[in-house]
Design a binder for this molecule. Structure first.
Ligand code: DX5
Ligand code: ZN
Length: 222
């Protein structure tokens, strides 16, 4: 596993905002438009108040592109479904600290399967909740909206949390990406990058842009 370079700006369009009638084509469009990763928002209708898609869609995208698949499990039992997302071709699997599972063990199982392990926390969840795991992850996802739907407004109060996490990373000599997800466009990406985030998940502002390549480039340059 190559070391994590958390200074690298990574753009991860969220498939949640894509045209679901042509998922494979949309995935290729994202890659052709300059996406570094494809972010797949999995929702179970229990952990969040929406249902999106499961392992079959991850497999569809895996077959359609060679893109790095950044799978965000907004589900209550990520430990139970882990084997199916690994089998489907996920490259990074991010689980929520608030979900009902043995967090440390789930993270270790993801890495044991040769995938990158991510941990996510919702806007209302304090940094203290994830601190015990920061040495065991490749990415921390600081949600910048309440998870469940695309197209919501960015929550600026999360900036303070991102800054605090970047400080802890620096002080402890840790190496993990900081990812933000929700209401991210060039403007909000710049604000998040200024306090230490480097992986930008963007759904509406990329897949729904008139020119996806230009939208991705504007977030990359933000
Ligand atoms: C929330 C989803 C969204 C999605 C991005 O549960 O995770 O944040 O990825 O949505 P936009 O970029 O449209 O706000
Ligand atoms: Zn997401």
């Amino acid at each position: 596993m190559k070391p994590i370079d958390f200074h690298e700006r990574i753009i991860a369009p969220s498939l949640l905002a894509a045209d679901f009638s042509k998922i494979g084509e949309e995935s290729r469009r994202a890659v052709d438009s300059g996406a570094d990763w494809i972010h797949l928002d999995v929702m179970d209708g229990h952990f969040v108040d929406n249902i999106s898609f499961g392992p079959a869609v991850v497999e569809t995208v895996d077959k359609a592109t060679d893109a790095f698949l950044d799978v965000h499990l907004m589900i209550s039992r990520p430990d139970h479904y882990l084997p199916r997302f690994i089998e489907a071709g996920a490259d990074m699997i991010t689980v929520h600290v608030e979900a009902e599972h043995p967090v440390g063990e789930t993270l270790r199982r993801i890495r044991a399967a040769g995938r990158l392990a991510g941990l996510a926390l919702n806007p209302a969840t304090p940094v203290a909740a994830v601190e015990p795991y920061l040495g065991e992850i490749d990415l921390l996802l600081c949600m910048t909206v309440v998870p469940g739907f695309g197209g919501q407004s960015f929550m600026p109060e999360v900036l303070e949390k991102i800054s605090a996490v970047a400080e802890i990373r620096q002080t402890n000599g840790l190496a993990f990406h900081v990812e933000v997800d929700g209401g991210i466009d060039a403007g909000t990406a710049a604000r998040c990058a200024a306090v230490g985030a480097n992986v930008m998940v963007a759904g509406s502002s990329t897949f729904r842009a008139p020119d996806m390549a230009a939208a991705i480039q504007s977030i990359r340059n933000a």
